[in-house]
Design a protein around this ligand. Structure first.
Ligand SMILES: O=c1ccn([C@@H]2O[C@H](COP(=O)(O)OP(=O)(O)O[C@H]3OC[C@@H](O)[C@H](O)[C@H]3O)[C@@H](O)[C@H]2O)c(=O)[nH]1
Length: 393
């Protein structure tokens, strides 16, 4: 069923409308200008040439790597990022590389994409290993950012047993590595540990309302046990741990077909198709731009706070409002068309982070308004569509 709705009124964004030009925090060396980061995904050097007559594509080696900060060897840290070729992982890798550190990426490329970190391959500070964290991995590192796990509901529900194994065995393996090497370990947990919350906004002290046998359980129970494992290794073995509970995040390098609301709505609007709204569209989410999340993760790793920390932008929208917003940015002249689909099982009705802990203990709060983040993300999706067309992919 397709219908056309009238424009909905959007809530006033809580963020100032001043555009963000710099990200990061000098206290942990993560500060960098936004144009520097944008050059890594919005204007990457073309790494192929096309011969239309012969119908061939020729890939080139990268000649110039992006500049990285000059650190003394004693200041440079060897950092492992699991899931480093994924959406969030690759932005974290960009930042750690630009900061001047040595970065080792593990990825099984189930949802990650080599292209996301292509611009670092061959760099003397960078290593890429195709590896599944379900199997043990040996290396000497000082910090571990453990991101590896599919995060989009259709991806993590595609093979739920594997998702549980990734969270449980993957986290045991990485905690074992942290224990042996005395590396600091950061788990990327999720707002999904709160399930369909009965407390709003969600504070870190809330224990959640999770259906342990539903279709989302492989992910939310998987991450809950990953948190349990993390604090068990801390108490039992003295591992120095950090836990980030990440709320809905969006940005360039989201997989256009990953099935989450931001990529679905943007792709549908760009193609001139109706936007698919699950259920009544009154369920809410709070969306943060990926650079804010990366700022928060690096601060968390480098500060001393060991309890879980919410990282998210409290700017809350109903999904119906969000559809209107995306449609308007993509094409202000187009009346929105909505295709209503049945509500998903166990879909949380509302979600919004309480961020007082991050503000107090990390000195972090989001800087990007949703509007600026969406504009940049839509620019990137447009670029992708043009490039894929050209490369015939
Ligand atoms: O096309 C769509 C896609 C999604 N939706 C709705 O939009 C809302 C958000 O859905 P998403 O799939 O983007 O993300 P969810 O909030 O359900 O899960 C996310 O939670 C936090 C993270 O850990 C993960 O990235 C992801 O699991 C849901 O209510 C969903 O039903 C639509 O209405 N239409």
């Amino acid at each position: 069923m397709m219908e056309t709705t009238k424009k909905e009124t959007l809530p006033t964004p809580t963020e100032s409308v001043k555009l963000v030009e710099n990200v990061g925090h000098e206290s942990v060396g993560s500060h960098v200008s936004l144009p520097t980061l944008r050059s890594l995904y919005l204007t990457p050097p073309k790494q192929y040439t096309i011969d239309d007559d012969a119908n061939t594509i020729t890939f080139k080696a990268t000649l110039d790597y992006p500049p990285v900060r000059r650190l003394k060897p004693s200041e440079r840290t060897r950092i492992l990022v699991t899931g480093g070729a994924g959406f969030v992982g690759s932005h974290l890798v960009d930042r750690l590389m630009v900061m001047g550190h040595e970065v080792v990426v593990l990825d099984n490329f189930f949802t990650g994409n080599k292209q996301n970190i292509q611009h670092w391959i061959g760099h003397p500070h960078f290593e890429l290993v195709r590896h599944d964290v379900v199997d043990p991995f040996m290396i000497e590192v000082s910090q571990i950012y453990h991101l590896a796990c599919p995060a989009s509901p259709p991806h993590y529900q595609y093979n739920p047993t594997k998702t549980v194994k990734t969270s449980v065995m993957g986290t045991i393996n990485m905690l074992g590595l942290a224990k042996r090497t005395k590396a600091r370990f950061l788990l990327t947990s999720t707002s999904e540990v709160y399930g369909d919350p009965e407390e709003h906004p969600q504070k870190e002290t809330y224990w959640g309302n999770v259906n342990p046998i539903g279709p989302r359980a492989c992910y939310d129970e998987g991450k809950r046990i990953a948190e349990t494992l993390t604090y068990s290794y801390m108490r039992q073995d003295g591992v120095d741990v950090r836990v980030a509970r990440i709320f809905n995040t969006f940005g360039p390098r989201m997989c256009p077909a990953d099935g989450r609301v931001v990529s679905n709505f943007i792709m549908q609007a760009l193609r001139g198709n109706p936007l698919t709204l699950y259920g009544d569209g009154d369920q809410t989410r709070s969306f943060q731009y990926v650079h804010d999340l990366v700022d928060g993760l690096i601060l968390l790793m480098n500060k001393r706070y060991q309890s879980p920390v919410n990282l998210g932008n409290p700017e809350e929208y109903t999904i119906g409002q969000f559809a209107t917003m995306i449609n308007k940015i993509v094409d202000p002249s187009r009346a929105i068309a909505i295709k209503r689909l049945p509500a998903l099982t166990d879909d949380p009705r509302k979600r919004k982070p309480a961020i007082e802990i991050a503000q107090k203990h990390l000195g972090w709060q989001p800087r990007f308004g949703v509007q600026q983040g969406l504009e940049e993300t839509i620019d990137w999706f447009r670029l992708q569509a043009a490039e894929n067309n050209e490369a015939g992919e």
